[in-house]
Design a protein around this ligand. Structure first.
Ligand code: NOJ
Length: 753
């Protein structure tokens, strides 16, 4: 039960949703400095320490620590009464009354769950991504959470890595656009409003490059690659005003991110002027000694504080050692003051001093109509149709008398939510089975068979029944993939094909002679090479969240047309990883004629006879499905690609335009994508780089001209000396419906550099 705090603590609640919407930055700085001047070193270090709550109970040691001002933040407590009591102790019983910032992993929803972030990235729609974060913020804020550890914007090019599910994919531009959309959704226009929460861009930086996709493994990223790829979404988030950033668990070129002064102090603060605060990852300060960078917690605290890590998440290295380190002159007091100022600034901006308490009655109920509709729309736009042979989809409820729904993931309210759903409530889930039954009504006989206990099951004893069912019904939809537990933190896989006996199940259904439609629910790209030719259609639905069922049902039956586009490349085989669309040309590029031909090599073939280019003998050089790929029930014609000028000045801009026509008889969405190649550079440049995209809804026959404006700055990159530069020279631009778009225009940048 919620405590009637408004009555117990008169004057504490503000009547407006916004506590200090208009507080100017210098007024906040003044308040920060005044408060800082009053603080003891212990109170300062308290602000820099985050403690795990989450027991729906306040232990005596935590009460004492709060009273002593030795806690700046609590994470994982989501019982609003307990949260309010924590705040009350901090505000009323500590000497300076500094409120807590309450953190929680609200990654893709709170009670109402949106698709996993990788699925949201497949929408290529900043508006729906932002709306999903807004719903999550509102639901989380209603229990007193005022800080989420999202968005996760690690560039992720390795589908073995379980955390790819939490990411926005492989491309720095897409991750920047969608990551900033998430920040805007969580933080809103006014961070002090009751229904907004602070966002946290994580993990700074390079975590996605964990060797072999094994979580927490070492990363090695050359600085040019770091700046041109991995840092970009973080810089975009900083510019968008993200309130906090989290350092990564990973060890970058020998220096773990949590001790990396160059990354945190020099780049993030020095170059970018970030004025929010930086939190470590869970216990990652103390883990510096496990990495072997330091010998003990004291050294770890020293390294992290000097690097610029303002708050230690769940660890006590700061609490136990920082005061002495300052005393011994190992950590300058200014470093501590800067850290505390960064944290206090965030608390002031959040309006916590004015309004530390939460009244759930100020909020709509969980999973209200708006939340569920946002989740449905996000799921709908996230589903990618990989294949649709002979237009087997959409199904027509009028023409079917029966349908078989087979597979381990057709009716799993929990699994469809995906990874990182601490608070997600499966009671709000609508599964594909439930949604299809509702959609087709009594007119179609829906026959369901799970056939496998889990996606990993190797028991094939139900496969005869499955095959017979497929033969008896007019169409079969298989619901395959992987459960939520197979992706996420510390859940990497080395083999990313469909687990268990699923491929065999596909073969048995194929043997029924009926069309085979597969819906895949998964937390990562899968290698589908062994089933792709066995099936007629594939809808890749990721883990689609609470409303995945209705979205999938509407797509299968053509109420809506698929419009998701891959935010990450799908390899043919694991051995191709890393494979991503913006690879370099190399000195020996493959050509379209280059094919995998290991089976055709003659015995004793001379070494040079196969062509000396960059490819795999057994996989070629192309992916199974390219970045940006995604089919529709509609047809879109691209023509008249033009540039506003053939020569753009070094300080100028260019508009690239294309006409897109919906030549089909249905209304549908299309994501128009612009890619550019800089032919010659100070450092070698990628074959293609995404530079713009637009999601459009086009009615039958509708034609629109899409304009993309690019400034010289949009074409800038980091050169050999890590200088950001736009170079004169030749550029190619492609516009189309995937990274394989063929319609090309040329232009030049002219001028003296
Ligand atoms: C560890 C994860 O790496 C991070 O992303 C998360 O926010 C924290 N734990 C808190 O749960």
């Amino acid at each position: 039960m919620f405590l009637a705090l408004p009555f117990l603590l008169p004057g504490i609640f503000m009547s407006s949703m916004s506590a200090n919407a208009t507080a100017p930055a210098d007024a906040i700085e003044q308040r920060v400095n005044t408060l800082l001047a009053e603080m003891t070193i212990e109170e300062k270090i308290g602000q820099m320490s985050q403690v795990n709550g989450g027991d729906s109970y306040i232990h005596d040691y935590l009460r004492d620590a709060l009273r002593a001002g030795r806690v700046g933040s609590v994470l994982n407590e989501v019982d609003v009464n307990v949260v309010n009591e924590l705040q009350r102790i901090a505000v009323e019983e500590s000497r300076l009354g500094i409120p807590l910032i309450i953190g929680r992993d609200v990654i893709h929803g709170f009670k109402t769950v949106m698709p996993i972030p990788l699925g949201q990235a497949a929408t290529w729609n900043p508006v729906i991504v932002s709306s999903g974060a807004r719903v999550a913020a509102r639901e989380a804020a209603s229990v007193g959470v005022n800080w989420t550890f999202a968005p996760m914007i690690d560039i992720s090019r390795d589908p073995r890595w379980g955390r790819i599910a939490e990411s926005l994919g492989e491309d720095p531009y897409l991750a920047s656009e969608l990551g900033t959309a998430m920040v805007r959704g969580f933080q809103g226009d006014d961070l002090s409003a009751k229904d907004t929460i602070a966002a946290c861009a994580k993990h700074f930086v390079g975590y996605g490059e964990s060797e072999s996709g094994r979580d927490y493994a070492t990363t090695n990223i050359p600085e040019n690659e770091l700046r041109n790829v991995h840092l970009r979404p973080f810089h975009a988030a900083a510019k968008a005003g993200v309130m906090t950033m989290m350092t990564s668990f990973s060890d970058l070129d020998g220096v773990p991110a949590t001790a990396n002064e160059y990354l945190v102090n020099d780049i993030l603060r020095g170059e970018w002027g970030f004025d929010g605060f930086v939190v470590s990852d869970w216990d990652s300060v103390r883990q510096l000694s496990i990495h072997g960078l330091t010998a003990n917690d004291r050294e770890s605290a020293c390294e992290a504080a000097i690097a610029g890590v303002d708050m230690e998440m769940h660890g006590d290295a700061y609490l136990n050692h920082l005061a002495q380190l300052v005393d011994d002159g190992k950590v300058p007091l200014e470093a501590v003051d800067t850290a505390v100022a960064n944290i206090l600034r965030a608390k002031f901006r959040l309006g916590l001093f004015e309004n530390p308490y939460t009244d759930p009655n100020d909020f709509p109920p969980f999973a209200d109509a708006d939340a569920l509709e946002t989740a449905r729309e996000a799921a709908l736009q996230s589903v990618v149709m990989l294949k649709n042979e002979h237009h087997v989809l959409p199904l027509s409820a009028d023409q079917l008398s029966s349908i078989a729904l087979i597979g381990p993931l057709a009716d799993t309210p929990y699994e469809q939510l995906g990874t990182w759903i601490f608070d997600g409530d499966p009671r709000y889930s609508v599964t594909p089975l439930g949604a299809i039954e509702t959609l087709v009504g009594d007119g179609v006989d829906v026959r369901y068979l799970k056939a496998m206990e889990t996606s990993r099951s190797r028991d094939t004893s139900a496969f005869d029944e499955a095959e017979a069912l497929a033969a008896e019904t007019d169409a079969t939809v298989l619901f395959l993939g992987e459960e939520a537990i197979l992706s996420g933190e510390a859940h990497s896989r080395a083999d990313i094909s469909l687990p268990g006996a699923q491929a065999e199940l596909v073969g048995r259904i194929r043997a029924s002679g009926k069309p085979v439609i597969v819906v895949i629910l998964a937390g990562r790209p899968l290698t589908l090479t062994n089933i792709v030719d066995e099936v007629d259609a594939i809808l890749f639905a990721w883990h689609p969240g609470s409303m995945g069922g209705p979205a999938i049902a509407d797509l299968l039956f053509g109420i809506e047309s698929p419009s998701g586009k891959l935010p990450v490349t799908f390899p043919r085989m694991v051995g191709q990883i890393p494979i991503y669309y913006y690879q370099k040309n190399t000195g020996k590029p493959p050509s379209p004629e280059t094919i995998a031909h290991i089976d055709d090599i003659d015995a004793k073939a001379p070494q040079l006879s196969l062509g000396m280019t960059s490819f795999h003998l057994d996989a070629g050089y192309t992916p199974l499905f390219a970045f940006g790929h995604g089919l529709s029930y509609a047809y879109f014609n691209y023509e008249n690609l033009t540039t506003s000028t053939s020569e753009m000045a070094l300080d100028g801009s260019i508009t690239i335009s294309v006409d897109v026509t919906n030549t089909s008889g249905i209304t549908a969405d299309e994501v128009v994508q612009l890619y550019v190649r800089d032919l010659v550079g100070n450092v070698t440049r990628p074959l293609r780089e995404l530079k713009g995209f637009r999601r459009l809804t086009l009615a039958p026959g509708e034609r629109v001209t899409v304009d993309f404006e690019l400034t010289a700055d949009d074409l800038a990159f980091y050169g050999r000396k890590m200088q950001r530069m736009t170079e004169p020279g030749e550029f190619h631009a492609w516009v189309g419906s995937s990274s394989e778009a063929g319609l090309m225009a040329e232009f030049r940048i002219v001028g003296e550099r």
